[in-house]
Design a protein around this ligand. Structure first.
Ligand code: ADP
Length: 739
């Protein structure tokens, strides 16, 4: 009985081994399927990534934050590929970040829209210090920003200046503006008239500036310009100005500062972020009305008031050039620290916002540079009391969208752009041909319909969708045409139409070809340097050579400070001892300057910063390389150092008697079409005249002839020489100060 029960039980139970076998097989099958799928996916991803890396221009917008809207619009318009969450391998052509360069350490290639250290360089203290150095060297040229004191370090000088002004009974009573060093959007800014009104309790550093009270008013309101500048590359230096910008107006009618109105920020400050909270903020959609207007509408208004707006714009362009040239040495020092030579890193570009005030006499005044100007397209609007809503601002869109679109066109890799363009054209032509052959028995569609396909600039999927739509529409049109019995008429004209279709193909070819060229030509960005202000800015670029020396002696890669050994090596290798600098005097100078510049070093890291090194160079130049002006002294020192270090190309303008050239009203410039024999340059003396130079040329060179040089001199006031063996490449330009 028991045996039969156990037999029954065993019969009831499912066969365990059989069950396991089926399960196992199913599992195996599923795993196999999964593996197949993964393989396919991998292959597809690989193909896609190959395709993307070859064809598509990729933009990483994962950290673009408030810049996303405008960026997305531009990417769509240009047909580039956006990566809103970044790429796994972090390899995009452009990385657009709304944060600082330093916050993205894992980007190793492509382009990044931020330069290293730029936010620090654009802080008020560093910026105005850079400008002060330039003002010291070129006093008449760097007069476009208010006098500045650095507080608390220069509080004594600042209060002495106020006291002196009071004693002189300066009218109107002077007013000063205090701004936190790293502040923005008008935060922490106030006006004062007595030094004891300055509060240093916050422990923050401030700049104090002369308050420019005699400003140009429109409709009785104070305003300032936001000018956008694209700094495309540092080496070689290249930058562009956006021909459209914004004008931000205050929201209380302006009055000269008095003790009564000195605290009215809606009257004295023009920041949009501040004034939008004012009940009198005017949100008019018209270009030339409201508290935010376009730059061109204000320039037009200035012209309508009978002033020369072109002159104003030219002065603004010059301010931009001089300011960028002033910060470039600092930028180079920062750049080598972040991306030392030999280390792989991205190349950089940056859109900067210049804030410029206009005085009553229409002289533009630089207030600050914004390293991350706002690129958002929407503005806050109070829909009911206390309730705010974000609405698209047409003026922001009008200015910022072309700016970003054209910036992208300037910075994406040129070779990819060409390839991308070629592929795009091939794809379009193939599609077009396919659709034509499909309908070869049918009459060709009218030319108008064909060309309408060409102007498609959306991303891949959209493009295809739209093409399908257009093709569908076209076939529907054919059906319509056929059903209306127009086909006979079409047959008669088919030859003509085919001809015009061939023409339209070439037109199409041209159109695709010219698309990017046209876009670049019609760009809102105008190249300032080197295209226009190359010669004018040449003489301001001396400090880049000082920065070059500083970088040369830094010693540790990626450092920002020169140590005592580095400084001693600088003096030794540049043979400054031959000029009477003893080792002891070099050491004393180092200690002295390091102490003086310590307030710029809150972390108390040892070493001398670039600006301290520059001070040292100016001091050495003053003591040992005497010349009538500071800039000449510095030039002599740098020439001497570069010569001893052999920093310059073998015989490239080494030890040139620059002063003699300057005396002749000529100025050096590197890189040229002609060359001057070394012997001629070496034989130049104080007495050499232009005539002597020309004679020497006539003897030595067949090309250019004397007439050529004379004509050239007369025409462009510029003399350049052909390189030949045994001669060094230089060019000589007419010095602006001798004009
Ligand atoms: P923030 O970085 O906080 O915006 P700004 O330097 O741009 O600081 O100054 C804010 C506003 O204050 C400017 O838009 C301008 O209207 C006014 N302002 C700043 N400096 C001066 C000055 N020296 N003279 C007159 N107005 C000034």
């Amino acid at each position: 009985m028991a045996a039969s029960k156990s037999l029954l039980d065993s019969l009831k139970k499912p066969e365990p081994t059989n069950f396991r076998m089926t399960d196992f097989r199913r599992e195996l099958h599923l795993r196999h399927k999964r593996e197949e799928h993964a393989k396919k996916e991998k292959l597809r991803a690989l193909q896609e990534s190959k395709y993307v890396s070859r064809y598509a221009i990729t933009i990483d917008t994962s950290r673009a934050r408030s810049n996303c809207d405008v960026l997305r619009m531009s990417i769509k318009e240009l047909g580039f590929k956006e990566y809103p969450f970044g790429r796994k391998d972090n390899c995009c052509d452009v990385h657009w970040h709304a944060c600082h360069f330093e916050e993205n350490p894992e980007v190793f290639g492509g382009k990044v829209n931020k330069f290293p250290g730029m936010s620090e360089i654009c802080s008020k203290m560093t910026l105005f210090r850079c400008l002060d150095i330039m003002r010291d060297l070129f006093p008449t040229d760097y007069d476009f920003y208010p006098r500045t004191w650095y507080l608390p370090a220069q509080f004594h000088e600042f209060s002495c200046e106020i006291r002196k002004m009071h004693e002189r009974r300066v009218k109107p009573k002077p007013t000063f503006i205090i701004k936190p060093d790293t502040g923005a959007q008008g935060d922490g800014i106030y006006l004062l008239r007595e030094p004891n009104e300055y509060s240093s309790l916050s422990g923050k550093c401030h700049v104090a500036q002369e308050y420019m009270s005699n400003v140009y008013l429109i409709d009785k309101f104070k305003f300032d310009f936001r000018i956008y500048v694209l700094l495309k590359s540092l080496e070689p230096l290249e930058f562009y100005i956006c021909q459209e910008g914004l004008a931000r107006f205050s929201t209380l009618p302006y009055e000269n500062p008095t003790n009564k109105n000195i605290h009215e920020s809606f009257m004295h400050l023009t920041n949009y972020s501040l004034n939008k909270r004012s009940s009198t903020f005017n949100r008019s959609d018209r270009d030339d009305e409201g508290s935010k207007r376009t730059l061109t509408s204000v320039l037009r208004r200035i012209a309508m008031n009978g002033h020369d707006s072109n002159k104003v714009w030219k002065s603004i362009e010059r301010i931009v050039c001089k300011t960028i040239v002033a910060i470039v040495p600092e930028m180079k020092v920062e750049y080598q620290a972040a991306i030392p030579p030999g280390k792989t890193g991205p190349s950089c570009f940056q859109v900067l916002g210049f804030d410029i005030l206009l005085l009553q006499n229409l002289k533009p005044i630089l207030l600050e540079i914004n390293a991350s100007p706002s690129l958002s397209l929407d503005s806050e609007q109070e829909v009911s009391p206390g309730v705010f809503e974000y609405v698209l601002s047409p003026k922001d869109e009008e200015v910022k969208y072309p700016l970003i679109r054209d910036t992208l066109l300037h910075v994406v890799p040129i070779d990819k752009l060409k390839y991308f363009r070629k592929k795009k054209k091939q794809r379009l032509l193939k599609k077009l041909k396919a659709s034509t052959s499909q309908k070869s028995k049918r009459p060709d569609p009218p030319v108008k319909q064909r060309t309408s396909i060409v102007i498609i600039k959306a991303d891949e999927s959209d493009e295809e969708k739209r093409e399908v739509n257009v093709t569908q529409q076209m076939s529907e049109m054919h059906m319509d045409v056929d059903s209306h019995g127009d086909s006979t008429a079409r047959d008669v004209n088919s030859d003509d139409e085919r001809e015009s279709n061939i023409k339209s193909d070439t037109e199409l070819d041209e159109e695709v070809d010219n698309y990017f060229e046209t876009k670049l030509r019609e760009s809102c960005l105008k190249q300032l340097y080197p295209a226009i202000y190359d010669e004018e800015c040449e003489r301001y670029r001396i400090l880049e050579r000082v920065a070059g020396l500083f970088i040369f002696f830094l010693g540790i890669r990626g450092s920002l400070r020169i140590g005592p050994t580095g400084f001693r090596t600088f003096a030794r290798k540049c043979r400054l001892n031959r000029k009477g600098m003893t080792n002891a005097s070099v050491d004393i100078m180092y200690i002295d300057l390091q102490r003086r510049w310590d307030h710029m070093n809150p972390e108390r890291t040892s070493g001398l910063c670039y600006q301290g090194f520059l001070d040292a160079c100016i001091e050495i130049a003053r003591r040992k390389f005497y010349a009538p002006t500071k800039i000449e002294m510095l030039e002599n020192l740098v020439d001497h150092c570069e010569l001893n270090l052999n920093l310059r190309d073998n015989d490239l303008a080494n030890n040139l008697p620059r002063l003699h050239f300057r005396r002749l009203g000529l100025q050096y410039r590197q890189g040229s079409m002609y060359a001057m024999p070394r012997r001629v340059i070496d034989q130049m003396t104080e007495e050499t005249t232009i005539e002597d130079l020309l004679k020497a040329h006539e003897k030595k060179l067949r090309q250019p002839s004397r007439e050529d040089i004379e004509a050239f001199l007369r025409k462009s006031r510029r003399m350049i020489y052909q390189p030949s063996s045994g001669s060094r490449v230089i060019s000589v330009t007419k010095s602006p100060d001798s004009e």
